[in-house]
Design a binder for this molecule. Sequence first.
Ligand SMILES: [Zn+2]
Length: 298
Amino acid sequence: MNMKTWTVVLIILVLSALALRLAGPVRGAVYSAFREVEMRSATRDVAGWTTVSTPAVEVAFRGDPIIAALVLETAQEQLAQVSYDLRFVPEKRILVILHETREELRGAFGWPESEDAMGVYWGGVVRVLSPKAWVDTNDIDVISARFRAESTLGHEFTHLLLDYMTQGNYPRWFSEGLAQYEEYLISGHVWTEPYLDGKPPYYSYSEMAGFENLDDQAKAYNQAFLMVYYMARQYGWEKMIGLLNALSSGQSFGAAVNTVYGIAEKEMAGRWTSWAEALDVPPYSTEQRSRDLRGGMG
Ligand SMILES: [Zn+2]
């Protein structure tokens, strides 16, 4: 090769190295820009709605102000807890959109009637269904107790904080598992029970990578929860924080698991499967649940 060719080769090598180095930050920047667009669009949707707020949370609503106050107070408490657990405080005030009916919540995304969500995190914004749509009483004390125990606010805030910490750098199953784990610590609430009767096979780890397309979503959600539960219990919460930090620094999930736990992610998945298949009862008994509440970050 002549001098000119060598120069070209060298330039290509330098550019490739730069591209590899930039891949993480560029991906993160594109992701943040996309999230910003989605957030502006949601903010426009609620222009003209009434709002109540604290420095950390703003609730936009059109219905009963007493319910809005309950949502704000619960949001404030649960955001503080998730923020403490994940060691991450968002820079900006978080918008929570309070929807009066299931139809209105579904309408925000054009979802079909089969969709029955009580809350959604999307594009930097949390949406939540009013407890009036799912608690059949006018007794505000009952509504308040049920909303604190069963709303998905803590779950959606977990998605939001993880998203901002890592700029979207995580597998979907992990976000759903972590969100359910936080919800469990906040209220003891578990979405779906594990499959212990007859133990139909769990999804394989590679199947979990295609989380949103799995046929049995209840099983997929429960498996995601149990996977995070296992990692948190078996290896301790500090390692979980280490994993979040590694993801924040742009490492792939596999590399982050390797860095923090010293094993390949397939090995982690294998250990999880052995643990899960040996379960005869859910790992979180009623007594365990009450011990785990708030004090569970050991
Ligand atoms: Zn979720």
